[in-house]
Write a protein that binds this ligand. Structure first.
Ligand SMILES: Nc1ncnc2c1ncn2[C@@H]1O[C@H](COP(=O)(O)OP(=O)(O)OP(=O)(O)O)[C@@H](O)[C@H]1O
Length: 300
């Protein structure tokens, strides 16, 4: 598999501030990547370097085998900043047509491309609307359509669903999932459950350092069960600890328990035993997940 992005020994300073500290990772074609980290961790700085907006102080960064931002590669990578804005003066069709023309399409090709991308985000009926007549969610979808112009191979979406209602957020997630076979998405978000659903790999930045580098496959994860209850149950932890396969139970947050266990082939599967336990005690559970949630992978 060819690497689309290769980063090694990357450092970025803003004056005394060491914003990125010796970062190293590779992104291959067709694997959606999540970029996670607390405020000020260096996510925007890293994304800006990948786009070629700012230069690293040291290290190697290669995008499509070239320096980031190389002219010939500009249409191959699109980035949607968190605060992307539309021009209030022009219809969304005009704006997207203009951006498509900037990529070298003729006016008629560009119009078709504007229609194609607006259709992808479900806005083909609003094509002649000005941004002020659209809802916040619709405007966000227009900016995502803009990022998809010209079918870029890499699309960076910074907080693509922030501020959207659940319906709109779901539409965007479906679109990303649908396009992931042909487009490599890099998604930055504070919504870990969203990233968990969409991404195979996670880059976790903290204070400029790449702290963890996960692959979200369940194969390494089968020794954990995450149990979400309808109510906090004081008797639950002692009862779970009585089950012979269970090695540890952590109350990770309100009503959520992370259960570590050793598989014993001769016994009834642990998830079944846990459900029986809930049934016998009339404890209402909300969700049982085989494995750890992304949040628990990062923080527990
Ligand atoms: N232009 C700049 N000049 C000086 N310091 C900067 C500049 N841009 C970012 N920083 C600092 O570098 C660090 C990383 O900032 P960055 O914006 O990359 O973090 P982030 O992870 O994107 O944060 P957030 O989640 O809040 O958007 C922060 O301490 C920030 O204050």
């Amino acid at each position: 598999m060819s690497a689309l992005i290769e980063v090694s020994g990357l450092n970025k300073f803003y004056g005394e501030k060491h914003a990125l500290n010796n970062i190293e990772f590779t992104i291959n074609k067709g694997e959606p990547i999540a970029l996670v980290g607390p405020n000020g961790a260096g996510k925007t700085t890293l994304l800006s370097i990948l786009c070629g907006y700012i230069k690293p102080c040291s290290g190697k960064v290669s995008v499509f085998g070239d320096e980031p931002g190389k002219r010939g590669n500009l249409s191959r990578l699109a980035a949607l900043p968190q605060d992307a804005q539309l021009d209030p003066r022009f219809s969304i069709a005009k704006q997207l047509t203009f951006y498509a023309q900037l990529q070298g399409l003729t006016k008629s090709q560009a119009k078709l491309e504007a229609y194609r991308t607006l259709k992808l985000v479900g806005l083909e009926d609003s094509i002649n609307s000005k941004p002020s007549t659209l809802s916040h969610g619709m405007r966000k979808r227009v900016t995502i359509a803009q990022a998809l112009i010209g079918e870029p191979e890499i699309v960076i979406l910074d907080e693509a669903t922030a501020g959207l209602d659940p319906h709109n957020a779901r539409e965007i997630r479906s679109l990303v999932a649908e396009l992931s076979s042909q487009t490599t998405f890099i998604l930055s978000s504070h919504d870990l459950s969203e990233l968990e659903r969409l991404c195979n790999r996670v880059l976790y930045l903290e204070d400029g350092c790449l702290q963890q580098h996960h692959t979200l496959t369940n194969s390494t994860d089968t020794q954990f069960i995450t149990l979400r209850m309808a109510q906090q149950q004081d008797d639950l932890i002692p009862a779970l600890n009585q089950l012979s396969q269970v090695t540890q139970v952590i109350n990770t947050q309100d009503k959520e328990y992370l259960i570590s266990f050793n598989i014993n082939e001769s016994e009834v599967a642990l998830d079944v035993q846990i459900l029986q336990l809930c049934h016998q005690n009339a404890w209402l559970y909300r969700q049982l997940i085989n494995g750890k949630t992304l949040e628990n992978q990062l923080f527990n």
